[in-house]
Design a protein around this ligand. Sequence first.
Ligand code: PLP
Length: 382
Amino acid sequence: MRMDLNSVYQRLNTGSKKWSQYPEDVLPMWVADMDFPVAEPIMQALKNRLEHPLLGYSVAQDTLRQTLVTHLAHHYDWHILPEDLVFLPGVEPGVNMALNTLAPSGSGVLVQTPNYSPLLNAPANWKLPRVDLPFHADANGEYPTDIAALQSALLSVRSLLLSNPHNPLGKVFEREELRAIGDACVQHDVLIVSDEIHADILFDGRRHIPIASLSREIAARCVTLMSASKAWNIAGLKTAFAVVQNPELRERFNAGRLGLVDSVNALGLEATQAAYRLGAPWLAQVNAYLQDNRDYLAHAIKTRLPGIRMHLPQSTYLAWLDCTALDIEHPQQFFLTQAKVALSDGLEFGDDCGHFVRLNFGCPRPMLEEALARMERSLLQR
Ligand SMILES: Cc1ncc(COP(=O)(O)O)c(C=O)c1O
């Protein structure tokens, strides 16, 4: 069944984080959840589960493990075993568990910048020094990994945090690039923690490649973190999973729960199963809609907001906007106060990113149009 993705849902007073942070006259285009209703098969699975009036502690059933094994094989040509899966209440706890239990004490952690702030901040949580590897846009506006710089940075770290597809750049790593990263980590004996939460949002016919799928040697040092939460818009159900194919690594990783990371949400498990088993038609429609939104946004920025430069994301519903040419001290504050549009502040993603903002275009087109109209007006009036 096709969904009506153009309808704007009223989310005030639903406990939505996105819609609670700012006053009611502010249009929220920041935190990464979408303003689309959940796929019908997921809603149905949740309703079916609620027919049973007991909601005790829950564990993933074999059927869910099998569904995920099949999804990873079918969509990414990645062949894992059901026991490689570890269920978690979120990707962020998984990243922190991995660093806490698997990174040697005091060892460096390499992070590509800019990056999603919980990834930037995770090493400090465990008193591990962070080493930055900056992305630089090339002549085509792409952000290739500088493999020579990576090779030398790997000499001073024992772990790499990867974001693929990348938030906030919307970059999908190429096979050769990922292979070079993975091989370099094997060569330097570096752990790979790969955050692949945006894996199922892909534009222009792209295919996601998990780094752990590239070789047995790479897989043996990988903790890959995934979730249905971004693609199927169920982040509030707090369910994610790790794939750790190396049994010794998996055992140590699991030990990192430390009484802080508990079992998984009962409804989240149901929703995850329905998403991966029955959610493909909904996702195809949403991906196409997001790609249209991306193109609409890129065109509007080019023609109506010429002081802003937008790199075309290949994945995610997040646009990384370079506002340098606007010559505004703090663009996020400017658009918040003058346009009443809440964007994510570039500074969250890197100390030198104050002239960037991140715009979430995972919303009905009328909402995106309204945000752009407000931003355009605010610039004309300044
Ligand atoms: C790259 C990335 N990793 C992790 C998360 C958060 O994951 P979770 O809510 O499962 O902890 C997000 C959410 O925006 C994200 O963009």
